[in-house]
Write a protein that binds this ligand. Structure first.
Ligand SMILES: Cc1cc2nc3c(=O)[nH]c(=O)nc-3n(C[C@H](O)[C@H](O)[C@H](O)COP(=O)(O)OP(=O)(O)OC[C@H]3O[C@@H](n4cnc5c(N)ncnc54)[C@H](O)[C@@H]3O)c2cc1C
Length: 367
């Protein structure tokens, strides 16, 4: 079996990893260098922010993926020399309006990952002495982790490049899927070159709506821009992730702190914006005032693949029996990526599924 994966973000690359480990021949196509779009730009929090605000289908994949990332890192690190740097820093959430829901969610689902307690200032100070004195209460999720997403991408790419059954085709935009009755075996690039494959996986992130017309479906996956800022502090300076009003700080092991993020519906525009940056920094300094002393290293944006409820489409298109989707992960593609890919692989190889696939089914695209 020979599979073309279109799109080399976290979802395409993890799908390639899952399939290639089963001995499948995998060809990965990207219109640019692999791993440079949303999956590079994201923050890498390994849970939906405010999980109670998301459908359970999103949380379920995130729960599986956290363990899968640990397993993949154990396997890949000795071979690639690149550690994913999964850090269980825990997260403090300061939004008062979410306290009751957060606690209720933790109690209802009783998952170790979403264990949560309400704490007051003296305990906040013990857990994270950098937090502003003005923030007197929080809910604390001690088991929330973050992953250094650019490193995950680098490690997976390096590992896949070493595999004899994997081939990368970078800087190749796939423009056409050429159907033959109820299958697609030929795909065509922007230079009219044609490639033949047994199966096609669409993992094109924010660009996915572009397939709607060709595939005769409504694939509502569009770009929503998010902006980030990066600070450099001494290693381990900020002990936990912090979140307030949908703005967050994510500490990395070496002292880098990622701050984000905005949401803008402005098409495929990746320009950074000074006003947005001011908003992000103001929200982050409100949580951690001392951060202002440290240098701002850089700012960037990325294009999230938004979908109506943030639930990705994972599975086969009913009218094209060898075309598969793994796209539409919106704000949670990193935290769901490893599990989405596993679910896709299980579908494609008719293996037992980790989860009920119904919420992710592409069947809904025909309604
Ligand atoms: C600022 C920001 C913060 C975020 N923070 C988090 C977080 O903390 N936790 C979390 O879980 N998620 C987070 N996300 C969301 C997450 O990054 C995305 O959901 C995820 O990266 C999507 O991965 P993907 O592989 O589907 O898309 P992408 O990484 O965008 O990859 C799609 C790839 O497809 C390629 N492509 C598109 N069309 C074609 C074509 N026709 N031919 C060939 N190649 C093509 C593109 O070049 C691209 O490389 C964040 C996103 C942003 C922008």
């Amino acid at each position: 079996m020979n599979v073309a994966i279109i799109g080399a973000g976290i979802n395409g690359l993890m799908s390639a990893l899952e399939l290639s480990e089963q001995g499948i021949q995998v060809h990965i196509y990207d219109q640019q260098q692999a791993g440079l779009e949303a999956s590079w730009a994201g923050g890498g929090i390994l849970s939906p922010m405010y999980p109670w605000r998301y459908p359970q289908a999103v949380n379920t994949l995130a729960k599986h993926a956290k363990y899968l990332y640990h397993q993949w890192n154990e396997k890949l690190f000795p071979i690639t020399g690149i550690d994913f740097q999964i850090q269980q820093t825990g997260m403090l959430i300061f939004d008062h309006n979410d306290f009751a829901q957060g606690l209720a969610y933790a109690e209802k689902y009783n998952e170790p990952m979403q264990r949560c307690e309400k704490i007051s200032q003296s305990k906040i100070k013990n857990i994270n002495p950098r937090v502003s004195k003005n923030l007197q209460e929080a809910i604390f999720f001690p088991e929330l982790s973050n992953i250094r997403n650019p490193r995950v991408l680098q490690s997976v790419i390096r590992y896949l490049q070493k595999q004899p059954n994997v081939q990368f085709h970078e800087n190749i935009k796939i423009s056409n899927l050429i159907p033959n009755k109820d299958e697609v075996h030929a795909i065509q690039d922007h230079n009219q070159n044609i490639y033949f494959h047994d199966h096609i996986v669409i993992a094109t992130g924010a660009w996915s709506a572009e397939w709607s017309k060709q595939l005769n479906i409504q694939l509502p996956v569009y770009p929503i821009q998010g902006q980030m800022a990066l600070f450099k502090t001494p290693p381990h300076w900020l002990p936990t992730m912090c979140m307030n009003k949908v703005m967050y700080l994510i500490p990395r092991q070496d002292g880098h702190i990622v701050c984000g993020s905005s949401m803008k519906d402005i098409g495929f525009n990746k320009d950074t914006c000074n006003d947005t940056q001011k908003n992000i920094l103001a929200a982050c300094f409100e949580m951690i005032p001392e951060l202002q002393k440290f240098p701002l290293i850089k700012a960037w944006t990325g294009l999230r693949p938004s979908s109506p409820h943030g639930i990705p489409y994972i599975g086969q298109l009913p009218h094209l029996k060898n075309v598969w989707l793994n796209t539409g992960h919106f704000r949670n593609g990193l935290c769901m990526g490893a599990a989405s890919a596993q679910l896709l692989r299980q579908h494609m190889l008719s293996q037992p599924l980790i989860e009920d696939p119904t919420p992710y089914s592409p069947n809904q695209l025909y309604i």
